[in-house]
Ligand binder design. Structure first.
Ligand SMILES: Cc1cc2nc3c(=O)[nH]c(=O)nc-3n(C[C@H](O)[C@H](O)[C@H](O)COP(=O)(O)OP(=O)(O)OC[C@H]3O[C@@H](n4cnc5c(N)ncnc54)[C@H](O)[C@@H]3O)c2cc1C
Ligand SMILES: NC(=O)c1ccc[n+]([C@@H]2O[C@H](COP(=O)([O-])OP(=O)(O)OC[C@H]3O[C@@H](n4cnc5c(N)ncnc54)[C@H](OP(=O)(O)O)[C@@H]3O)[C@@H](O)[C@H]2O)c1
Length: 378
């Protein structure tokens, strides 16, 4: 019973000692109750002698004190087991959106002039996330320990069967966290928190989802591709199109991202279409062989070319005048997801609103007549 003593606050400890001493004084010693051999002779404590100068404590005060001490000890004994009072035992650090968990970098491999594929071990209890049917896009925050700054990064496959998360991470000449992650080596400590849902997947809501990305902006779409489109293509009737742009062929996403996309698109053209753009061709080579690489940025003409007929505004008469648009039409329910550098988001879907709220739809998609329930800026 008394092993709980270390948990006590000093005041409680004092009360418990009082209770202990009361118990000792009112019960015979344990040995005499349970041992068959006679208790060893204990010298009788000297009888207290009260001098006339010392005030004698009246009996009723002594009894009162004993009762109070008894009641206090009794309550401590019974209520210490209550976890609401003592609190649950401390848990090992776990991955949570609210606090950082310490884990480590498993590997880092260059994947272009300023990008790396970085593998980070994840606390094992995150594993069920991949087994769940929720294909929502999520990311984790990685903390730059040197200056205590965090940035979001998107694991390409969620958590793999080894409990690792693979990221494609770019560093910028004056960027803080990207450069810090690039400086890390296998075995180095990394602090992460998450998962943070960045876009909720809902089955049965859209006939067509069009993903438009620039540079590392492809990472959330790679996650959706790996966790939903590739993993269980028959789980949804939604068709997907990915339109991606990078500066030059050598800056295109690495093979681990593009290869399964290229293969799946050629085998399942009704389910998934892939269109790749580069601003210009230089001496660099693309990481995988791609049949048709479009030249130039993603602009209105290029975007229209990538979309199928019924979604093209020229063919969809109701887009010309929202007032005449029928309430119940057979038009495909379409959603555009846009992710990339801010100038690209501005040009394609209009700028974010205040505090990174969605803001109104502008840019090319706004001009094409798409509305805020058809466009989402990641
Ligand atoms: C939900 C979410 C998920 C993300 N997932 C990923 C991911 O998987 N992989 C990934 O690499 N990034 C990802 N990012 C971006 C990432 O969070 C950081 O914003 C990025 O790494 C830059 O951070 P930094 O600290 O290195 O640079 P910062 O310190 O934020 O930037 C400093 C300077 O770098 C330069 N800079 C920053 N961004 C750009 C740019 N786009 N173009 C040119 N210059 C720039 C600017 O000059 C800026 O002043 C994600 C962002 C979000 C919101
Ligand atoms: N929210 C998320 O979930 C998330 C996830 C990952 C990444 N991100 C963001 O994505 C961005 C990726 O940046 P990056 O450095 O990898 O990209 P980048 O290499 O600088 O650019 C990628 C492509 O975007 C094009 N682009 C830029 N401005 C454009 C415009 N106005 N119109 C059309 N195309 C334009 C670029 O063309 P030019 O070379 O001609 O400019 C290039 O082809 C970062 O800002 C990152 O924060 C966000």
């Amino acid at each position: 019973m008394w092993r709980r003593v270390p948990c006590l606050r000093p005041q409680q400890f004092a009360v418990q000692r009082a209770w202990k001493s009361t118990r000792r004084s009112t019960r015979p010693p344990k040995s005499s109750l349970f041992e068959s051999t006679p208790a060893p002779f204990l010298p009788r404590p000297p009888t207290p002698v009260f001098h006339l100068s010392e005030p004698r404590i009246p009996t009723h005060v002594r009894i009162g004190t004993c009762l109070v001490a008894f009641a206090a000890g009794f309550s401590i004994y019974f209520f210490l087991d209550d976890p609401e009072i003592v609190g649950p035992p401390p848990k090992p650090p776990v991955l949570s959106p609210n606090q950082f968990a310490v884990t480590k970098l498993n590997s880092a491999e260059a994947s272009g002039p300023s990008t790396k594929l970085v593998k980070i071990a994840s606390p094992p209890h995150l594993l069920p996330l991949n087994n769940s049917s929720d294909a929502s896009i999520w990311s984790v925050f990685i903390k730059d320990d040197d200056i205590q700054v965090e940035r979001a990064y998107t694991p390409l496959h969620g958590v793999d069967s080894n409990g690792d998360m693979l990221f494609w991470i770019k560093k910028y000449p004056k960027g803080e966290v990207g450069r810090w992650i690039h400086s890390k080596n296998p075995g180095d400590k990394i602090e992460i928190r998450g998962p943070i849902k960045t876009w909720p997947w809902k089955d049965g809501v859209w006939d067509e989802v069009v993903m438009i990305s620039g540079g590392t902006g492809i990472t959330p779409f790679a996650q959706l591709f790996n966790n939903l489109i590739l993993k269980s293509p028959s789980a949804t009737n939604t068709r997907f199109t990915l339109i991606h742009s990078s500066r030059v062929p050598g800056e295109l996403p690495p093979a681990v991202i593009l290869e399964p996309m290229v293969a799946f698109a050629s085998g399942n053209p009704d389910k998934f279409k892939l269109h790749v753009f580069v601003d210009e061709v230089d001496a660099s080579k693309p990481p995988v062989s791609i049949e048709n690489i479009n030249m130039g940025r993603i602009q209105e003409a290029g975007l229209k070319r990538c979309l199928k007929g019924p979604e093209e505004p020229s063919k969809a008469w109701w887009r010309k005048s929202p007032v005449q648009r029928p309430q119940q039409s057979n038009k495909p329910r379409i959603l555009f997801l846009v992710c990339g550098p801010e100038p690209m988001i501005d040009a394609i879907a209009g700028p974010y609103g205040r505090n990174f709220s969605q803001g109104p739809v502008g840019g090319i998609l706004g001009k094409m007549g798409y509305t805020s329930d058809e466009v989402y800026k990641l």
